[in-house]
Ligand binder design. Structure first.
Ligand code: GLN
Length: 540
């Protein structure tokens, strides 16, 4: 018998049904029952990783400690489980093929014809079983991206079929997520799309063990019975996933539906007592019963798509709960901000966050927002590009350095206050070549950052190419922009803050990636607190 148990999550009928949240919720319940659980996402696209994707395509790119640029679902996994993921937790078709082709070039296939089956499927199976082999986990949940029936998902589905056969039913199970739509005209929930999607899965030789049904209305006994009969699962294995007001409710909803108990029963694992969700429920209680309210402006250029800034939005939820404050995030398109519109746009805000980003579009609006926050003593947090914009704004408007800029936006600027380091200048490939993953940072004593973190050595995750140009450090310091966080290895500036401002901090790294339900991020907690104080002062 294999030691590690494998759970595969597939999706049918439609995309965006929330497979990632269901996988994370089940993992949370299993973890809360004492099982060491991890989650993996297999993505069917051909990009080697999502690092080269525009956020409009699949939303934010999540960065892990080891510097992997990954799917945003890994962010959910970390936020739910409070366990770090790594490159191994996200695999794309591009990466699978890259590795098989490299093996072929090395001659590892000994003259054989290299084919989707068995070579690509073997590579997929190996990537899935890597966690079992390490012995670190009792249960591995693998989410297959895309929808069953898609051409590009076929090798993954075939790999799942083979693994299920090899490992045996007691060691591997398949959860299929479908949509049960409500037809308003008929006043009925419809099971046919689910039947078809289960049938498609069967054509690939896979029988689902558990059916999770996304629905807007309660399924009721009759629909559950029908789904069980026609989709070939036990009735207790028909799990309803009704729309939730927050994703953080889903673990409790799945507990109520018995998703964890059916899973454990099918895998032959003991299920003593109830999962320990005390900490989780404490968070939920604070999240749902805020005593105050603040509004923070999120200035970015991908604001049309909520998923583009996923980790930032979630970090505000964690920090809001920690402060018992509801944080309303108002997305403001940086391109809509000009000298004329700024007053109107920023009116009513208790804090401004200038978001990460790439390229020139919308940066003048970001600079305008920084200036407003600086001059009006509005709490300000700049993340990555947002920090760079804070430096540029200060250089232009306080130091009077005409046309100061980042060389990313203006290669010929007379004052490159943000520029490329030598190592980056020689890079020609875009994929995976930024400064990525966890880097240490020394915090200066007596700084605001020091008070917030309560320590002088931190580690935070990065994802950028351009850096604060140390040639300007002395000038900026003298005028009141303090460099309070320094990378001990490279001397690069990671944190800037303003002396003469109640709360103005720019960070070159991404604190949002490390905020979880169990450990809300100190910078976000402090920022929300500062916004709360600002709003109180306004009321007076
Ligand atoms: N475009 C900037 C850089 O590459 C900032 C990147 C970011 O905000 N993640 O340095």
């Amino acid at each position: 018998m294999a030691d590690t148990k494998y759970i595969f999550v597939t999706g049918g009928v439609s995309s965006s049904l929330g497979k990632g949240i269901i996988a994370a919720s089940l993992a949370k319940l299993l973890q809360a029952r004492g099982y060491k659980t991890t989650i993996q996402k297999l993505d069917p696209y051909i990009n080697v990783d999502p690092g080269t994707l525009n956020p409009y395509e699949h939303g934010e790119c999540f960065v892990t400690e080891d510097g992997a640029e990954t799917d945003l679902d890994l962010g959910h996994y970390e936020r739910f489980l409070n366990v770090n993921t790594s490159q191994k937790n996200n695999v794309t078709t591009g990466r699978i093929y890259q590795s098989v082709i490299e093996k072929e070039r090395r001659g590892e296939f000994l003259g054989k014809t290299v084919q989707v089956v068995p070579h690509i499927t073997n590579e997929i199976k190996e990537r899935i079983q890597i966690f079992g082999k390490s012995g670190e986990f009792d249960i591995v949940i693998t989410e297959i991206g895309g929808t069953v029936g898609d051409i590009e998902s076929l090798p993954y589905i075939e790999a799942v079929r083979q693994l299920k056969w090899e490992l045996g039913d007691e060691n591997a199970l398949v959860i299929h997520l479908t949509l049960v739509p409500f037809l308003a005209a008929a006043g009925e929930l419809k099971t046919k799309p689910s039947q078809h999607s289960i049938k498609t899965l069967m054509e690939s030789g896979i029988k689902a063990d558990i059916l999770v049904c996304r629905t807007e209305h309660d399924l009721g006994d009759e629909i559950r019975r029908k789904l069980a009969l026609f989709c070939n699962v036990k009735q207790e294995a028909v799990i309803q996933s009704i729309d939730a007001s927050t994703i953080y409710d889903v673990p409790n909803m799945m507990l109520e539906e018995g998703l964890d108990t059916v899973t454990l029963k099918k895998l032959g694992l003991p299920q003593d007592g109830e999962p320990d969700l005390q900490l989780w429920n404490g968070f939920l209680k604070r999240h749902k019963n805020p005593k105050h309210e603040v509004t923070i402006g999120l200035i970015g250029k991908y604001v049309e798509l909520q998923d583009s800034y996923k980790s930032i939005l979630e970090a505000f939820i964690h920090a809001g709960a920690a402060n018992e404050v509801r944080v309303n995030v108002e997305s403001i398109h940086s391109e809509s901000i000009t000298e004329e519109t700024i007053q109107n746009k920023i009116k009513g805000l208790d804090g401004v966050l200038v978001a990460p980003g790439f390229g020139e579009r919308g940066i003048e609006g970001k600079i305008e927002a920084v200036q407003y926050a600086r001059e009006n003593k509005l709490p300000f947090l700049g993340i990555c590009l947002g920090m760079q914009m804070a430096v540029i704004e200060f250089a232009r408007n306080v130091l009077q350095l005409d046309r100061a800029n980042s060389t990313e936006m203006d290669a010929d600027t007379p004052h490159p206050v943000i520029s490329l380091m030598q190592e980056q200048k020689d890079i020609t490939h875009m994929g995976g070549t930024m400064r990525l993953g966890a880097w240490e940072c020394d915090i200066k004593e007596g700084s605001k950052a020091h008070a917030i973190y309560g320590t002088t050595r931190i580690s935070e995750r990065h994802r950028h190419r351009y850096e604060f140009n140390n040639e300007y450090a002395a000038q900026l310091e003298q005028a009141g922009m303090r460099t309070t966080g320094i990378n001990p290895e490279t001397g690069l500036v990671e944190i800037v803050e303003l002396e003469d401002h109640p709360w103005f901090i720019g960070v070159q790294y991404h604190p949002e990636y490390k905020s979880t339900v169990a450990t809300p991020h100190p910078l976000f907690i402090a920022f929300v607190k500062a916004a709360r104080e600002y709003s109180l002062a306004k009321e007076k």
